[in-house]
Write a protein that binds this ligand. Structure first.
Ligand code: PHE
Length: 344
């Protein structure tokens, strides 16, 4: 066995000092060591003469040697005349430009989220973030949804089996509660983030999506302020030609509550399958913060008022770029994602 080890070491030295500087010598090297009658094949054939108790070690030794010769050959190829290159001198053209490195681009959801943030920042809103695993208080109870409140069923919730008080947040309104509890008023925040709902995955729903919710609490905040803020947002996001309407709605944490629609960008308001022939598409929920929610966070509801709104970034992105299937956003198909690269 020792004899074999010494022999292999000698071959290794010999191979390393083998002069190979052009394509012809490279080919000779290949034939001599890696060809069908070359050294590697020959010594592999010697295996049968090795004592059975040494076969395992010898096999390992010879495999390592084979790998060594192959790797060395690949390295020589780079420096000594690879196929198609000059027959003498270095094998690669040092004047060739480097391989382009793909730079990547932003995900459409990130592009739209960043744009939304910058629109609201111009109105004085700052960004607030909070945990995705929430407790019942911040996701529901403080938002005027006590236990057994039927409105809890509006959002199918993922609970965490370890602790029934924990859940994956169903909206980023929970961040608004956390910020109100800090009670630094006036408060003007937007809360972008991922939220989770136990919904069957389809072209229009997923088990997670992204939201931007907003909150403004100060003295004398009115519904007119809410409307003006949202009008500004829509014009900045979709342009001046888009029409807007408010419809009365219900949320336990706002009173009065509304949903806002914009005129369908696909058919221009004439009616198509996307807007279900109504000419309008819903983009967000909003309203004046319910006094009970303010009180739950220790804010004097006689002195302070506020508005809140919440929207899905996926929905806004689908309308902006006319994407028809929500699943495209999480499939990581580069053919889809590359189409947004210009807008970093
Ligand atoms: N939290 C609501 C949702 O996720 C949206 C909303 C936010 C509605 C603020 C009104 C006010 O559906």
């Amino acid at each position: 066995m020792q004899q074999l080890i010494d022999q292999i070491n000698k071959y290794r030295q010999e191979i390393q000092s083998e002069p190979v500087s052009n394509a012809a010598e490279l080919e000779q090297f290949r034939i001599k060591y890696l060809g069908s009658k070359g050294l590697v094949k020959t010594i592999m054939g010697e295996m049968k003469h090795i004592a059975p108790e040494n076969r395992k070690d010898a096999g390992q030794l010879l495999n390592d040697f084979k790998l060594f010769v192959e790797t060395h050959f690949e390295e020589l190829k780079l420096t000594a005349g690879g196929p198609g290159l000059s027959q003498s001198g270095p094998a690669y053209d040092t004047g060739l430009p480097g391989l382009p490195l793909p730079l990547g681009g932003r995900h459409p959801i990130s592009i739209v989220r960043n744009r939304m943030i910058s629109i609201f920042q111009r109105l004085g809103f700052s960004v607030a973030e909070g945990p995705e695993i929430e407790d019942d208080w911040h996701n529901f109870t403080a938002l005027n949804l006590p236990e057994d409140h039927p409105a809890r069923d509006m959002q199918d919730t993922f609970y965490i089996s370890k602790n029934p008080d924990w859940l994956l947040r169903t909206h980023s309104s929970s961040v608004q509660i956390r910020e109100m509890e800090k009670r630094e008023l006036p408060l003007r925040i937007i809360c972008p983030g991922r939220v989770y709902r136990n919904e069957t995955i389809s072209a229009r729903a997923h088990c997670f999506f992204h939201q931007v919710e907003g909150l403004y609490i100060a003295e004398d905040v009115s519904f007119a302020d809410l409307k003006q803020t949202l009008y500004f947002f829509v014009k900045e996001m979709f342009g001046n030609d888009v029409n807007v309407r408010f419809r009365p709605s219900y949320f336990p944490f706002t009173e009065p509550s509304a949903e806002m629609d914009i005129s369908c960008l696909i058919c221009g308001g004439n009616g198509c399958s996307v807007c279900k022939r109504t000419g309008w598409v819903e983009i967000l929920g909003c309203g004046m913060v319910h006094p009970q929610v303010l009180e739950n966070c220790g804010i004097d509801s006689n002195r302070y008022t506020g508005f809140a709104f919440g929207m899905g970034i996926e929905r806004i992105t689908m309308l902006k770029y006319q994407v028809k299937d929500l699943r495209l956003f999480s499939e990581n198909d580069l053919r889809f994602l590359k189409q947004f690269n210009q807008e970093v």
